[in-house]
Design a binder for this molecule. Structure first.
Ligand code: SF4
Length: 696
């Protein structure tokens, strides 16, 4: 009798919900996919993207061999070339002349190795990630308010809250399983749901109140709420004693005009009543807040309201940043951004740098923050970065001013791209292509938006000559002269090293603690069940800040005075504010979801949602083509006439690339304008002009 093959427990590689997946190998070499009923994030559910994972695994289009200048090569030849070009560049121009641009798709172990190599051995902090485009403003807001980048709450808070406010978050499409959990809680407990979004998204289907505020006025809304909290006497004296900066924050809040959001007064009043009268309130926020040139201030405007009322870190209460990528959080934990150090330590703190240097026995520790994503590609453009290694991401499509970024990469002296896909807008620009293993072939860990670490387990053999990202980097590090420090044989050993460093970081005040795994064996790692950090006995797997103790030097939280964004006058050359975002069934630049035919059935091509009044004025009929353009670029989109969007505020999805900007590459329209504190680009919107497209 044939023995049944056991399913392999792994984790979905798409959004930050981090759902558990059961992947069962099939005789044809594929995988049968089911939700893992024992995973706490999804309890057996999967959204359509997760359920279609088995349909994205075909080898068509996979990068299966190393390539040098378009020609197949052996691994030794490719790795020797990468190591020698990086070594020569560093010798001639210094460590800051090279850079890594990595990805929230990498596993924590990959991320750890990249960070160690760049910050501890090359001696530069020029490593940044596409997560910069996703949640850097939340990181900066957390650090300003709490002293560390700590997510206070858990997913179950959405299920035990009286009220959940979703700000700039289309949870139904972007975090579908969390949305399903919230919808079920509403059904069972009558949770009130408020959606704050200029656009009527699918999430509004379960909303009791939809606030269609003017785009960009979120900080004003939460300032108005803070002033109302004070007016209603909801600031408890004990709570206030644990806060710094309250008077300044209240001063800015009192000065915010009630009309600043453009909301009808009855809607605004209802929101203020609901929020202030709900003891248990969770405010969930995402890209509508983070991807703004004042994203950090917007985050702090939300945190201020929770801090002032003490509604944080207790069941059903708190601000909650939901991350876009599967391992944005793991990247933060290993310090995978240019301004961070491993284990939530601070690169600008000499004691922290020294502790990491000693732990790594690092020969040349980075002394200062490196270049954040936008600045990094600027430095590539002007020749300050002469050797660039891009891992698992497609910046020639996803970065703001994508065409300019593509030209910069093309002009770089030496570009390496590690990827699973042979042909993307970015791989076409590389000198060296390195084939990496993909989701089903990799072993490691990821962390979801609630700080839960889960295993991603290998279910299929590596195809062709693909190798794991951590191994590729370790092999290059060895060739650069650092073989002993990068001599791991398994990802379990890397995780154990990371866990040991977290124990040291804890003695320096870091909250990130997984030190229970410092002596973990390969078997412990294999058997790891999803767990929440921190692991310290006092706080095991719990919430943060409910006890009023924060991670600032004073132990008090900081409220931040937020000046509401000044709405700029209409630019006649670009009078529309284009809102950008995801669709339900595609992921980022579609290098994987584009392979599953059923995922293109929901929405098959790029489109422009435009209000009927604008469409009539521009003589755009439904299903016609519109040319959307500004100083950065242009793209052609299919017209969808709908009152889901407000006049003057059309919407277009981000996923499509195309051979040129004249297809749906919306990021070509987004400017490099970034939040000055977080460095996160304002990718959520772009000033554009629109006209009917006429083929010439
Ligand atoms: Fe994957 Fe996110 Fe869908 Fe869960 S909700 S199955 S993590 S895409």
């Amino acid at each position: 009798m044939q023995q049944a093959i056991s399913p392999i427990r792994t984790t979905c590689p798409y959004c930050g919900v981090g759902c558990g997946v059961l992947a069962t190998p099939l005789p044809d070499g594929g995988l049968a996919i089911k939700g893992d009923p024992d995973h706490p994030a999804n309890k057996g559910r999967l959204c359509v993207k997760g359920a279609a994972l088995g349909e994205t695994l075909g080898l068509k289009g996979r990068l299966l061999d190393p390539m040098i200048h378009g020609k197949r090569s052996g691994w030794d030849q490719a790795l020797d070339l990468v190591a020698s070009r990086f070594r020569e560049t560093i010798a001639a121009h210094g460590p800051d002349s090279v850079a890594f641009y990595v990805s929230g798709q990498l596993l924590t172990e990959d991320y750890y190795v990249a960070n160690k190599l760049m910050k501890g051995f090359i001696g530069s902090a020029n490593i940044d990630t596409n997560s910069r485009l996703c949640m850097a403003s939340s990181v900066a807001g957390h650090k300003r308010a709490f002293g560390t980048d700590t997510v206070p709450g858990l997913y179950e808070d959405l299920e035990c809250a009286d009220t959940v406010v979703l700000v700039g978050s289309n949870l139904a499409w972007c975090h579908p399983i969390l949305y399903q959990r919230l919808a079920a809680a509403k059904e069972e407990r009558g949770t009130r749901i408020v959606v704050v979004d200029p656009r009527r998204t699918a999430t509004c289907d379960i909303a009791d109140l939809h606030l269609t505020l003017d785009a960009g006025t979120d900080a004003a809304l939460f300032n108005i709420l803070l002033a109302e909290i004070e007016r209603r006497g909801l600031i408890d004296d004990d709570v206030a004693r644990g806060l710094d900066g309250m008077e300044q924050a209240l001063g800015a809040a009192r000065e915010t005009k009630a009309a600043a959001t453009g909301l009808p007064q009855p809607d605004l009043t209802r929101f203020l009543d609901i929020w202030t009268e709900s003891e248990r309130v969770v405010t969930v926020y995402s890209q509508g807040i983070n991807q703004s040139d004042s994203g950090t201030d917007k985050v702090n405007a939300i945190l201020n309201c929770h801090l002032a009322t003490g509604r944080i870190g207790r069941p059903g209460m708190g601000p909650f940043s939901v991350t876009g990528q599967p391992n944005a959080m793991g990247g933060r934990e290993v310090g995978g951004l240019a301004n961070m150090l491993a284990c939530h330590l601070d690169i600008e703190n000499a004691d922290h740098r020294d502790a990491v240097r000693r732990f790594w026995n690092a020969p040349r520790m980075a002394e200062k923050p490196g270049l954040k994503a936008v600045d990094m590609f600027r430095a590539v453009e002007d020749g300050r970065i002469k050797a660039l290694w891009i891992m698992g991401t497609n910046p020639a499509v996803s970065m703001p001013e994508a065409e300019r970024v593509a030209r910069a990469i093309k002009g770089c002296d030496f570009t390496v791209v590690s990827d699973i896909v042979a042909d993307t807008d970015t791989t076409r620009l590389a000198d060296v292509l390195l084939p990496a293993t993909g989701w089903a072939e990799k072993d490691g860990t990821v962390t979801n938006s609630e700080r839960r670490i889960s295993r991603q387990r290998r279910a299929l053999p590596a195809p062709g000559r693909a190798r794991d990202d951590w191994r590729i980097m370790a092999d290059v590090a060895g060739r650069m002269g650092w073989r002993d420090a990068f001599a791991w044989e398994t990802p379990a050993q890397i995780f154990a090293e990371h866990a040991a460093l977290s124990g040291i970081a804890g003695t320096l005040g870091s909250d990130f603690d997984i030190s229970g795994y410092r002596d973990a064996s390969g078997q412990d790692y294999d058997l790891m069940s999803p767990f929440l950090w921190p692991q310290s006995p006092a706080r095991r797997g719990g919430r943060f800040f409910g006890d009023g103790r924060f991670h600032t030097p004073s132990g008090r939280a900081r409220m931040v005075a937020v000046a509401p964004a000044i709405l700029r006058p209409v630019d006649l050359a670009a009078p529309f504010t284009l809102n950008t975002g995801r669709v339900r069934d595609h992921w980022h630049t579609m290098t994987r979801t584009g392979r599953a035919a059923r995922l293109s059935r929901h929405i098959a091509e790029p489109f422009l949602e435009i209000h009927p009044r604008d469409a009539a004025r521009l003589q755009l009929s439904p299903a016609s083509l519109a040319q959307v353009e500004n100083a950065q670029g242009r793209c052609i989109l299919r017209v969808l006439v709908t009152d889901r969007v407000a006049p003057g505020h059309p919407f277009a999805p981000i996923h499509w690339s195309g051979e040129s900007s004249s297809a749906g590459r919306v990021s070509a329209l987004v400017s490099e304008l970034a939040d000055p504190i977080s460095g996160q680009p304002a990718s959520k919107s772009a000033k554009v002009n629109i006209r009917a497209f006429r083929a010439v």
